[in-house]
Design a protein around this ligand. Sequence first.
Ligand SMILES: [Fe+2]
Ligand SMILES: [Fe+2]
Length: 627
Amino acid sequence: MLHILAQKRLKSRGFSSGKKRRTTKDTPLAAMMRSGWQVCAGIFVLFTLAVSAWIVLASAEDSIFSDNGLQTAVVVMAITATLCVHWHVSQPTTFKKNGRVTLMLSVILIQLVLIKLSTVIAAKLAPNGGFELIILPFVFAPMVISLMIERQHGTFAVVYSSLYGGMMVPSRSAFLFVIFSILCGFVAIYLTNRVRKRSRLMTAGIFAGLACAILAFAVGQIHLPFLTENEDATWALAGQQAIMAIVVSALTAIVVSGMLPLIEGVFRVTTDVSWIEWADLNHPLLKKMTIEAPGTYHHSLVVATLAETAAEAVGANAVMARVCAYFHDIGKMNKPEYFVENIGDRPNPHDDLTPTMSSLIVMAHVKDGVDLAIKHKLKREMIDVIKEHHGKSLVKYFYHRALEHQQEIRDLVADNKAREEDIPEVKEESFRYSGPLPKSRESAIISLADAVESASRSLKKPTPNKIEELIDEIFKDRLLDGQLDRAQLTFDDLKKIKKSFNTTIRSMMHNRIEYPNLDKDKDKEKDKKASAKEEAAEAASGDNAAEKKAKAVDESAKPAAKKEDSESAKADTKEGGTDEPAKPAKKKGKAGDQSQKILARIKAEEEGTSLVPKSESDTPADPDKRS
Ligand SMILES: [Fe+2]
Ligand SMILES: [Fe+2]
């Protein structure tokens, strides 16, 4: 109530737009539903009851436990308990996600319903048998789980749906059913790795059907006339059975493909097929970005390339990383002119703002991004990346500017030109993003790619050594600052990501890179000297060279005029990292020295003396002409 009144008062004074920012709130109830063990236990109990009831009702008359409902319930309970332990031990992360548990168990249950339907159809097609193990949709559950969760989880679906299914069919064919189900299921899982096109599902279905037909020939479910004494066996029937096996598997794959959007919507899971659809650059938000924030759009494309390649290198979801990177900075569209990549030749708006205000505007792009993402119904993973891509990192440039400003006021106080209470308070926490830290591997990779891209853009004379050092420093800084504490990345992953970034950046900057001479030692020395000189000014590590940068700012701030400050700030108004604030001042200083020398030389020559040595450019190349 008080909050509403305060909002109204701010609005009436013109300090608030009255609009509420959209956020993703996590209530305790939602958290319990998502990962509470009580809910998980309830789901398993419900599943056990449902499967037991279905097997009792729908199993064949001569199935293994057809005459004993209690026995059926006990066996179903035992199989479910095994699944529970197996999953918990081998995939504990997904076992804690109740959505995934519900998906797995629901799909297994649907598979059991489909098995019953298929046996009824098979009995109608051939009352004397012949299609009973051939036209079963063995690939349904493995395919769905493999696509929706992971291939490892697909194996659970194969094994346990086979065991439950084996209790439904006549006892004489129960063992063969399990063999058929396991073979077709594993073929389907093997071929549904990284499915990025729906047609790939069809291929998987056809091959699984083919495997089913071959096994049917091998175990005598399909009779070849010259190999059997059965008078009913004909080539036509054998052909029909083989074709039916393939057709049923292919049809199941088509059904799975058609059901994907529905299952994704219900269980809030995104498959690679959907990520590919999201990767379309014609999304309204991206189109808007090309017009309103072209610099950010270009930055996002480069981050996407870096993230995708690195994700591929560590076995993370590369398509997801690419898509999430496209959208990670959509929040900048609210105030694009405050971000360095969009400033261009226009005046820097941060010149008229205090460092605190500038940092608030820069940091707001994360919350604005979340708001826009919710409004445009972006995927949960994309919203997570938007929230996490800066973690809790420091906006170093504005933080150091605030410290400088504080020091200036302190100096004025010392000279009795200002009062003690005028000294502004500078808290590091106020210049830090609110987080959270990147959690998923893809999110952490995008966060690193973002920092590397921003910093690499500021490299004036990139060399392979400089690029490598820059990436090393960024990774070191992120680790030491604890920004990767929650990321599910190993040191080996980080090594691979670093290598991938290095290769990608080098290939992107190929035209700009100064490659070493044949004399490697000379080149190394040259590089070291160059980096030592320029690192302080170039903010070679983007977010990471704050201290060096601060020194550079200190050096430049003193001699440089206010105009120079504004020029450098314009080049450096980056979120999370700033670049080369001191460089223009440094260049001007050199140019000033040079002109002083030239003037002195001209004066000396006029006076007939040579007090100042000539510069190299003034010296003729031909030694003969020196005289
Ligand atoms: Fe950002
Ligand atoms: Fe970014």
